[in-house]
Design a protein around this ligand. Sequence first.
Ligand code: TYM
Length: 341
Amino acid sequence: MEKKTVFSGIQPSGELHLGNYYGAIQNWVRLQDRFDCVYCIVDYHAVTGRTGRESDKFQDPRHESLATMSVQMAGDLMACGIDPRRSILFVQSHVPEHTELAWVFSCVASHGDLTRMIQFKDKADRSDYVSVGLFIYPVLQAADILLYRAAKVPVGEDQVQHLELARRIGRRFNTLVGEEYFPEVEAELTAGKRIMSLADPAHKMSKSLGDKHYVGLMEEPDAIWKKVRSAVTDSGEQVGGEMSPGVANLFEILRLTGAVDDVVDGFKAQHAAGKIRYGDLKTAVQDHIMRVLDPIRERRSRMSDDEIRDTLAAGAARASEIAKATMAGVRARVGVGPPPR
Ligand code: TYM
């Protein structure tokens, strides 16, 4: 039987954090064993984050260019275990068919569906300039996935609505051309599908909220400890009560970082008895985070930018082959492009 294709993407708008890692990347790494995997650094999506204010510039001298950040992100992903010998790893803008298919899909997607996208509404509320690009962001995402005819998409929970839209777009395209050209898209969630901010556990861990809201994979241990130590908890005295969101999040991170059951259960029993010392819990969380991050950082320190750039060039060449074939099929079915002789 032919292997199914897996596709996923990440924006190069800053460093990888624990939310990305446990919500998506760990799954990207695991799926490499069983599927043909295509992983993409979505720089065109990240442009929407640079154009949300009247005063913004595409390239602000205070920030690195997206091209540089994409190389850094690729290195971080490889250090996490994305293996370019088995998977295709590349940058979205290096394969122009993504934006071409996005145009076709923008003629397929419904305006009403796009207005219901939660991320769009959130981001639009926080921006004083709302570009059309921000609005049709999920259309480009659908193009990313379907260009490779991917059926499985490993993501965190915040992307599920976008994937439902991708499925609808694929289905509607199929109806419009009268053929099952694209497969059904399905989200693949991990156990850590929604990691919360340590500083404000009502919000998901995210780069866009600011430095104290995420734990970066490449951050110095001291900087990580500062964030873990000041994580929001509660008084710890409520016997048998519900866990507050901040405490539940620390337990979740402890479990995901592979702490043995005895350690987790020990803290849980203390919590249930109203006798937990959060300082001890936080020390255990820090130790386990560093056990996961140390080997990743070590692998990262041995990589050169040249090696990463070569990997990305090879990845773009492989991605291009697939993308060109899909796009030729799309053009033929839409009835555009140079007529056959
Ligand atoms: P991005 O760059 O925001 O995030 C990358 C991945 O990390 C997951 N994630 C989280 N998971 C759990 N808890 C968190 N706090 C957390 N924060 C982030 C995200 O769910 C995501 O899987 N639109 C996408 C990028 C994209 C894409 C695609 C994804 C573009 N095209 C095609 C899949 C398929 C995004 O902005 O992810």
